[in-house]
Design a protein around this ligand. Structure first.
Ligand SMILES: C[S@@+](CC[C@H](N)C(=O)[O-])C[C@H]1O[C@@H](n2cnc3c(N)ncnc32)[C@H](O)[C@@H]1O
Length: 282
């Protein structure tokens, strides 16, 4: 297995991936509203061959497999612990037309011109060389095949900003402007996404806001406990003293309380819904 995104592979096979695997249901609940948007745009039909990039614990791969009945869904991901969950959940749900494989989508040796559709729910922002990665994904699509993905967007509509602001009053958070490592914060602008996909060889690149209401927990306390377990948050807290972490948690819980509604903590996540076509004729 060739891995070029070694730093990401370490993170997703260690704490980050284990946290996602352990909290599979919570993450899926958090992101559920985006599934509707992703699949409306992806246009998956019965018999299709579908590729799910950075499929994680595989909820979107399983949805794709059901929509592509008679066809197949293939999920690829760096994370062993998340793929273990993906395989066992698909087995529990009796979904036979799905397979998962561990690998780095940037260099994975995909079958060429095989897939009708490639999809991703937030699994395509971590490539060190995104142009090479999307060119590799494109080569797996049939001519005319569609890429559709959902990823974060920096915008005032993002209600979670109040939570980060509350945390940032007590601990030093990284300045997004200085964060240049591949990740959600560096794949958010229309200009950049358009440039990467076009250079990779995609046509008809289209972006539209895909804002979705994310669910963080049943109440503010549960949501704060979840958020303070996220890999990046633990990383930011690593040098903070216990008292500062306590104050940050209190402030975050207060901010989350303002987002409690109908038995859940919800916030609109600003996002892009992106689609593009791999050139050629079917
Ligand atoms: C934010 S999680 C999203 C997981 C899943 N798509 C979901 O919505 O539940 C990002 C995923 O991308 C995967 N990932 C990151 N870089 C990757 C790469 N180069 N190749 C394959 N998977 C990658 C991670 O292992 C992780 O599972």
């Amino acid at each position: 297995m060739t891995i070029v995104n070694t730093h990401q592979a370490e993170a997703w096979n260690d704490y980050e991936g284990r946290h996602w695997a352990r909290n599979q249901d919570r993450y899926d609940r958090m992101l559920a509203a985006s599934n509707v948007l992703l699949f409306e745009a992806a246009g998956i039909e019965r018999g299709h061959q579908v590729l799910d990039i950075g499929c994680g614990t595989g909820q979107t791969t399983r949805i794709a497999a059901r929509k592509a009945a008679g066809g197949h869904a293939f999920g690829v991901d760096l994370s062993g612990p998340m793929l273990d969950r993906a395989r066992s959940t698909a087995g529990d749900e009796g979904i036979a037309n799905v397979t998962f494989q561990q690998g780095d989508a940037q260099v994975f040796e995909f079958p060429q011109a095989r897939f009708d559709a490639a999809i991703s729910r937030g699994g395509i922002m971590y490539f060190a060389d995104p142009v090479a990665a999307f060119a590799n994904i494109g080569s797996a699509l049939r001519p005319g095949g569609r890429l559709t993905f959902w990823c974060g967007r920096e915008a005032d509509e993002d209600q979670f900003g109040t939570v980060w602001a509350a945390m940032g009053k007590h601990i030093a958070l990284p300045d997004p402007a200085e964060d240049t490592a591949p990740g959600p914060a560096t794949f958010t602008t229309e200009e950049h996404i358009r440039k990467v996909l076009t250079q990779a060889g995609f046509h008809d690149v289209a972006l539209r806001p895909g804002d979705a209401e994310a669910v963080y927990g049943r109440d503010a306390t549960e949501a704060a406990e979840f958020i303070f377990g996220w890999g990046p948050v633990r990383f930011w807290l690593r040098d903070a003293d216990e008292a500062a972490v306590g104050r940050a948690r209190e402030a975050v819980t207060t901010a989350l309380r303002a987002l409690e509604k109908d038995g859940a903590v919800t916030a609109v996540t600003a996002a892009w819904l992106v689609s593009a076509t791999w050139p050629g004729r079917l």
